[in-house]
Design a protein around this ligand. Structure first.
Ligand code: S3P
Length: 168
């Protein structure tokens, strides 16, 4: 059983790598976006449309508080680092792993995406403008940074476990 929080921009692979880590370590997997969608009975796009981004961020904060209370591999949404209260939670005892992905790669993965309201109908330059001010926050909140670009998702999961074993 392991406790790990995965952060990173949209399209970094947090959900898939979280599932793989949970399998590798026989741990529970908590995906914040999926749990919110299931509880609210709405997609993230519908949640943004009905409650606004702020409403979604409040649900995300509540869910983060709830999932850190248990032992799990936690996949966050890319905006988790925006709220100072969330950053305080990330600074607590859970190891935080930032999946660092080159913009060229996440822009390619986000092309034509219909599930993420912040990137819909946005140009690559506009998406990059959402990412840029977040870089500092991803880096500041991370205990470990894994560069994912040259790795498969299983290699990312293995690299995370190796880094945590050698460090914290
Ligand atoms: C968001 C990322 C999404 C989701 C929402 C907002 C963001 O999660 O929480 O669309 O602000 O970066 P993923 O990072 O899993 O795509």
């Amino acid at each position: 059983m392991r406790k790990i929080i995965l952060t990173g921009f949209m399209g970094a692979g947090k959900t898939t790598v979280g599932q793989l880590l949970a399998e590798l370590t026989a741990s529970e997997h908590a995906d914040i976006d999926s749990e919110i969608m299931e509880e609210q009975g709405m997609s993230v796009t519908e949640l943004f449309a009905n409650f606004g981004e702020q409403g979604f961020r409040d649900l995300e904060h509540q869910k983060l508080k709830e999932v850190v209370a248990k032992e799990a591999i936690i996949s966050t949404g890319g905006g988790i680092i925006l709220k100072p209260e969330n950053r305080r939670i990330l600074a607590e005892e859970y190891p935080v792993v930032y999946l660092k992905t080159d913009p060229a790669i996440f822009l390619e993965r986000l092309k034509g995406d219909t599930t993420r309201p912040l990137v819909q109908e946005k140009t690559p330059a506009e998406i990059q403008a959402i990412f840029e001010p977040r870089i500092k926050l991803y880096e500041e909140t991370a205990d470990v940074i894994i560069e994912t670009d040259q790795l498969t998702q299983i290699q990312v999961a293995q690299a995370i476990l190796a880094a945590l074993e050698s460090g914290k």
